[in-house]
Design a protein around this ligand. Sequence first.
Ligand code: GLA
Length: 730
Amino acid sequence: MPIVFDQAQQRFHLFNQRISYVMRVYEKQYLLHEYFGSRINDFTASQPFPQVARSSFSPNPADLNETGFSLNTALQEYPGVDTGDYRDTAFAITYPDGTSATALKYQGYEIKAGKSQLSGLPATYVTTEQQATSLVIHLTDQIRQVQVDLKYTIFEDLPVITRSVEFKNLGTQTITLDKALSMTLDFPENRYQALTLPGEWASERQMQYTSLQRGCFSFDSKRGASSVEYHPFLGLLPKTTTENHGEAYGVHFIYSGNFRASAEVDAFEQTRVMMGINPYNFRWQLAAQATFQTPEVVLAHADDGLNDLSNSFHQLYREHLVPAQFKDQERPVLVNNWETTAFNFDEPKLLELADQAKKIGVELFVLDDGWFGQRDDDHSSLGDWQTDVRKLPNGIAHLAKEIHQRGLQFGLWFEPEMISPRSRLFEQHPDWYLHVADYPASLGRNQYVLDFSRAEIREAIFAQLTKILDEVPIDFIKWDMNRNISEVGSIALPPEQQGEVSHRYILGLYDLVAKLTNRYPKILFENCSGGAGRFDAGMSYYMPQSWTSDDTDAVERMKIQYGTSLMFSPIMMDAQISDVPNQQVGRLTPFKTRLDVAQSANFGVMLDLQEQTPENIQLLTERIAWYKEHRQLLQFGRFYRLLSPFKGDYAAWEFVAPSQDEAVLFFFQILNHASKPMKSVKIVGLKPEQLYQVGDQQLTGDYLAKFGLYLNMALESDFLSKVVEIKAVK
Ligand code: GLA
């Protein structure tokens, strides 16, 4: 049993081959945290972390005054409020008397095989009970009549624990939940630096390391969506950890709305890590006997560097997060018309692109924005999901048929959460968007956000979408979301519930996408938000792949894809080769380099195929065939980052087959330099004793890992790349 409760020591130990997670019921039923990290075989010692006051300014709870114990210095599992712990709190409740003091005490626990799903929220899942074991610890404050259930799952084969929290109001009056984070993790020392992924539109998930010092390091989203500016991921690692060596922790939130993550170093150099729904603009009315379930957080631990950590996330998300029917399904090579035509297309133009795409080996044709309402630019028609017959006089069903007849799958773009002020929907329902009554509402890309906290609005959109999806055979949907929320209000809720709107919006979104993905399980959904503004684990539960960035420049993409791969495997990251000068940064990069960057992830084409030279068309055709031949490896192989584009002029990564008999290495030179030093790439993940064919040489796995390959000398200009195939000699 991978979760045990030691009755004598009052200690919980969650463990598998790789990790241990330990907590203990202390005197007077305070639940303390003891350890999370590499597996400790026998956690029976009772060497206490300093669970006593270290100064007279660390108060002692009334029931433990004589012992010197203070909540301010103890490592806690889920700290209370206003009861003498001056670090950041995990939750906050305002009771009917206007005060907040709450101390949670241990009441009992349940252990069971498998894992229960969280109602209405995305979360990791198991397909058999053997894959995980779950624990619920019941905490209560008897005086306040509040129960807090801490939920844990440990996976059998992964160094991963998931956590979430459920609040229950046991009293008879409504209480207000002002803050409800999903986890706290207390470390006894300040040993780690923070690894975060800040960014912006078209420059998402740039890797940043921050040394932690006394005080609170935090980052968040108040945008109503997870990840335009910061991603809900927090890594913790000693300075010495590299891609392939050293310890690392990763905390990742399975949620798509406002979040807050923090790492606070206290006066005693203890470190408190937290993640959850952002308390900003959050106030939840918890009626008598009602419950509130927080979203789930994934905690992962690695002994062998960041690649090891990423591999755990990749495996977890592939096996236990994305829709099961897509887990092992190869993804088609697509063509998307957006950068080629934007809003300016008609049926002949699209069919011409489809014909050209078919010739080079593309498998899926995706029609992007502009096919509905009267949308000639981004000023109108969101909310009117009917075909624009000016552009497509034969209708979308006819276009789908034509595409299918060419042997291609057909995909379509939607932005269902939005409403344009210039739309029929807005004429009919001028108050369906999120706004504050009698207060000016900001526009973003000339549009408003529909109030998805309201079921009737979601149903109206659902009806529009199902009308098309029932009539037209659609294989793929690109689900976009191109602005963030502001002036957050719902005219359907009373004043005391306005603080619920941001979270209710996300619950509404999940409700709608769950209904659609259940009704059309074969449709492959691509999650998009102006690129990757909501590329998170929450959306990945419904949509197995995401548009990685609106920036399609090969050089910028190296960093974006490198940062994204910390949590998401390449198959989850869509990457499309586009034209130059690049539309986002104006850069000219060679065709082959653009191909190599795009084929490092879930590959597609966003080129004007008519404008390509015959040489490029030939190369593209060959490389699409090559990608298909290597698709198992590139989409399902183990991914290793080898050289970081954040650290110099090179980037490299590698895909290794599960058998370790085959690998493909991608190497990129960003800027060239005269008299440059040699640069070797160490190729990890192979069998040390095995002989591999590499070009015209035969080299052992051991040699490749320790000596590596020198690849940069032959590259004599900027922005060049190499692909190296490595195959076991049989
Ligand atoms: C967003 C997406 C793009 C494209 C446009 C269409 O910006 O990220 O890929 O679909 O919308 O308006």
